[in-house]
Design a protein around this ligand. Structure first.
Ligand code: ATP
Ligand code: MG
Length: 348
């Protein structure tokens, strides 16, 4: 069966890093006989320039038809002054909500070759391999009502609503528990149930879903403690599952443990494991066009695509092994370069 992949290079370093990931995909496609068919589309600033919209109807339609999407990055100073509806980032949000990509997966893996680049001591992070599962389409970022209103006394008041339904919590719980089964079978659910009722429900539903996964161990932690534990003893975690806002913050924190943002892939999945895969970093306009961007986060995102959407674990393993081999050969882009290493770029 053909596997349809829509490639969206986007802006800034997007086209440079995507070109490298596409080369890798073409190689594994042949070697593992995957039947991948690539097509390309416009998203973000590139789409604004060409069509006037950050997410043209044709791109959304192609994304819906595809089995998976590989995205570079969107945005940059060129579009900073355009009206809100035309912001490149709007294209990204549009695709996430249009495809109902509710589960955001962010692995934080420390490559032993880069241990020195972590913000933590080597003994605290060596062998680090955790997976943050963040709910992406609900919670306080989307809750209604929201806004800024003027009170009777003339003072302004800003307000947002933190809301999760049982079904929203249940479906992200299932994602976390089934992923944990493929790993060390431990899930830590992060909430603030000592203060926020919505997360009391979150904790209850996690417990309820856990009964369907008796082989997976569930623990709970308050988000403030989790933020502390992530830098104190991150290896205690296997899978962390949490809501949109806590996940946003904790996954950036976890990213720093691994050294460079140029190494971190991500996946955003729908209920059928269809997904969009992209590096965690942005479009890095400061280095765009110079051929010095690190393509590994994008290449590792392609590996996640093979693993999670297409269930092609061996092909994904092969890509991850190739990344490790490249590091073993002391080849480094500027962001992860250190004394004694050979500096390389994407233009080679
Ligand atoms: P966004 O707002 O889109 O999240 P940002 O503007 O906050 O992104 P990035 O675009 O990720 O941040 O860039 C942050 C810094 O990291 C920049 O200095 C950029 O050059 C660097 N950087 C990001 N991605 C890479 C990469 N793949 N290789 C090398 N450096 C990178
Ligand atoms: Mg940016």
């Amino acid at each position: 069966m053909t596997k349809k992949v829509l490639v969206l290079p986007g802006d800034g370093i997007g086209p440079e890093i995507i070109a490298e990931a596409v080369k890798v995909l073409n190689v594994v496609n042949q070697r593992f006989d995957l039947g991948i068919e690539l097509s390309e589309g416009l998203l973000g600033g590139a789409a604004v320039d060409a069509t006037g919209l950050p997410l043209p109807e044709s791109t959304l339609e192609a994304a819906k038809q595809a089995d998976a999407i590989l995205l570079g990055a969107v945005g940059g100073p060129k579009w900073d002054k355009v009206e809100t509806a035309k912001r490149p980032e709007r294209g990204l949000l549009g695709i996430r909500s249009g495809l109902k990509l509710f589960a955001n997966l962010r692995p934080a893996i420390l490559y032993p070759q880069l241990a020195h680049a972590s913000t933590l001591k080597p003994e605290v992070v060596s062998g680090l391999d955790i997976l943050i599962v963040r709910e992406l389409t609900g919670g306080i970022y989307f809750g209604q009502p929201r806004g800024i209103r003027t009170l009777e006394n003339g003072e302004k008041e800003g307000f947002n609503t933190y809301v999760y339904s049982e079904s929203e919590i249940r479906r992200i719980a299932h994602v976390a528990f089934s992923l944990a089964r493929q790993r060390s079978s431990r899930v830590c659910s992060i909430d603030k149930s000592n203060v926020l009722e919505v997360t009391v429900l979150w904790r209850d539903v996690m417990e309820e879903v856990a009964k369907e996964y008796p082989d997976v161990e569930l623990s709970h932690m308050y988000v403030d403690n989790a933020a502390m534990q992530l830098v104190r003893a991150p290896k205690q975690f296997d899978v962390l599952v949490t809501g949109n806002m806590f996940g946003d913050i904790l996954s950036d924190e976890a990213a720093m443990l691994t050294g460079s943002i140029g190494m971190l892939p991500s996946a955003s999945l729908d209920i059928n494991n269809k997904g969009m895969y992209e590096p965690c970093h942005g479009s890095a306009p400061d280095i765009a066009g110079q051929g010095i961007a690190n393509p590994l986060a994008t290449i590792l995102s392609a590996a996640m695509m093979l693993r999670y959407t297409f269930n092609e674990g061996s092909a994904a393993d092969a890509i991850e092994k190739a990344v490790s081999d490249v590091l073993d050969q002391n080849l480094r882009t500027a962001d992860i370069w250190s004394e004694g290493m050979q500096k390389v770029g994407t233009q080679a």
